[in-house]
Design a protein around this ligand. Structure first.
Ligand code: ADP
Ligand code: GLC
Length: 472
């Protein structure tokens, strides 16, 4: 089968979150299974500088909004996947992917309708013609509408990585995206009088997938439906939850060059060094006999960061250490800075994006905190388990599907799940602190997590089933 992926992120050089990691891994897993796979992304500054793409002679005309709608095509190749990037510097040669200082760039509509329309234009020239276009998240949510409007013989799959971001714009903007009038309807991109990119994709795509089975269920109910639960229920027949994997080669503590020492199950001495190195790097007092809790996250309410801030003093009082790496909401950044200043020996907060440090936190922390209120899949809890940090997580979405509650009797399980509220978090921390006092149990829970296989190969047959249902 020939599949074209379209997305706004690609790890490692154009990454904000897990979407980038998935785009760097799932297409390759499908290529490895024998499919013809390509991927279209914007030529973000980081991708231009990466040297992975080369400029070609080819330019495409991108009908729709804005002046001089042309894009130069850059090409690359990675693990059997053909990579295409659309060069349009006034849109994509920027310091960040989406915005700065917690505010989106004001021309998101132009930037992303350009990406979507450009990807569809490119699909007409890619050889062989894709049978499937898989669009990821709201940024490229107009792709299915463009494909249908042009009458192209291509089936579309909309993959929802996070329903919390939908791409909503005023109705007046509709005329700027170059779609026929009829698409601004309840069956199309219209939603309560506005244009909603993600809703349009869900309504128009031939199939919808999301990144864990639990999230697929949750989003059909009001509590976690972000306003789209009824739309999702209506289209429930074409909705599938397929659990993400991780790249087991890219994320491997036995070979990871960012770590002070490597380690693996059965040979864990290196992890003790990584832990000591982490204390030093974060500038906290050696934890001598007390556990280190780590977090690597976008700083948003959805991730439950405020719950951790509220519980940080108590955790420090009980002798725990807290090391956090994150960036995002300016108010949450401020509060994190304040807590770290208040408890410099026990709480350390690094603001910013630092992949090396992220890896060293997975490798050096005893526990990994992720009290998400909502979590489509979550990759960091899987990285944490692979690197030997025991996850303490909200019992939602993909966290439920990847973390198994530790059971001291059977010695089964990989972590701790709790209701993502302040009391729930306290309960989760209690259980973590209790197991900490039983080294044999710690060791068993850690080993269980490190021994899990999170390869993407497991997801491939599920995606193939979706593609087959659309093409046969
Ligand atoms: P989400 O996509 O919702 O942010 P995921 O767990 O799926 O959550 O993926 C987050 C990805 O981003 C992981 O690869 C994680 O290591 C990375 N990440 C998040 N914040 C940072 C940061 N401040 N520095 C480095 N990496 C980060
Ligand atoms: C989103 C979700 C996250 C998921 C990632 C990759 O950013 O928030 O839970 O793991 O996409 O699918």
């Amino acid at each position: 089968m020939n599949i074209l992926f379209v997305a706004a992120e690609l790890a490692p050089h154009a990454k904000v979150g897990g979407l980038a990691d998935v785009m760097a891994a799932l297409p390759q897993a499908l290529a490895k299974a024998g499919h013809g796979v390509s991927l279209v992304v914007p030529l973000h500054r980081g991708l231009r500088r990466s040297g992975e793409f080369r400029q070609t002679e080819r330019e495409i005309e991108v009908p729709g909004v804005g002046e001089g709608r042309r894009a130069r095509i850059w090409e690359g190749e990675r693990g059997g996947v053909s990579l295409f990037a659309l060069e349009r510097d006034d849109y994509f040669d920027r310091a960040q992917l989406y915005g700065e200082g917690g505010v989106d760039y004001p021309d998101s509509l132009e930037r992303f309708s350009f990406l979507a329309r450009g990807a569809v234009e490119l699909a007409r020239y890619v050889e062989p013609t894709p049978e499937i276009i898989q669009v990821n998240d709201w940024h490229v949510g107009l792709v299915p509408a463009y494909v249908k409007a042009l009458g192209l013989p291509i089936r579309t799959v909309c993959t929802v990585h996070n329903l919390g971001y939908q791409g909503e714009f005023p109705a007046e903007d509709f005329r700027r995206v170059g779609l026929p009038e009829g698409v601004f309807r309840p069956e199309g991109v219209e939603f309560y009088g506005k244009m909603n990119f993600l809703k349009g994709a869900i309504a128009i795509a031939d199939a919808v997938t999301t990144v864990s089975p639990s999230y697929a269920r949750e989003i059909q109910a009001e509590e976690r439906g972000h306003g789209l639960h009824e739309v999702l229920r209506e289209h429930g027949g074409k909705l599938n939850g397929i659990l993400n994997g991780i790249d087991m080669v890219e994320w491997n503590p036995a070979t990871d060059g960012a770590l002070k020492k490597n380690f693996k199950v059965g040979s864990m001495a290196g992890r003790v060094e990584c832990r000591a190195a982490l204390e030093k790097e974060m500038g906290i007092e050696p934890a001598n006999g007390r556990p280190i809790f780590g977090m690597v996250t976008r700083l948003t309410r959805e991730k439950g960061v405020d719950l951790v801030w509220a519980g940080a003093e108590e955790l420090a009082r009980r002798g725990g250490r807290l090391v956090v790496l994150g960036a995002g909401d300016p108010a949450l950044e401020e509060e994190g800075k304040r807590l770290a200043q208040l408890h410099p020996k026990r709480v350390a907060v690094r603001l910013g994006y630092d992949e090396g440090l992220a890896r060293r936190i997975f490798a050096g922390a005893d526990f990994f905190l992720m009290p998400s209120r909502s979590e489509p899949c979550g990759l960091t809890q899987m990285y944490a388990m692979r690197y030997g940090a025991i996850p303490v997580v909200g019992n939602v979405g993909g966290l439920r599907d990847t973390v198994e509650e530790w059971d001291g009797k059977t010695k089964k399980g990989t972590g701790f799940l709790f209701v993502p509220t302040a009391e729930g978090l306290t309960g989760g921390l209690d259980r973590a602190l209790a197991i900490w006092d039983e080294p044999a149990m710690m060791k068993a829970a850690r080993r269980n997590g490190m021994s899990k296989d999170w390869s993407w190969g497991a997801a491939v047959p599920s995606y193939e089933k979706v593609y087959r249902s659309l093409t046969s």
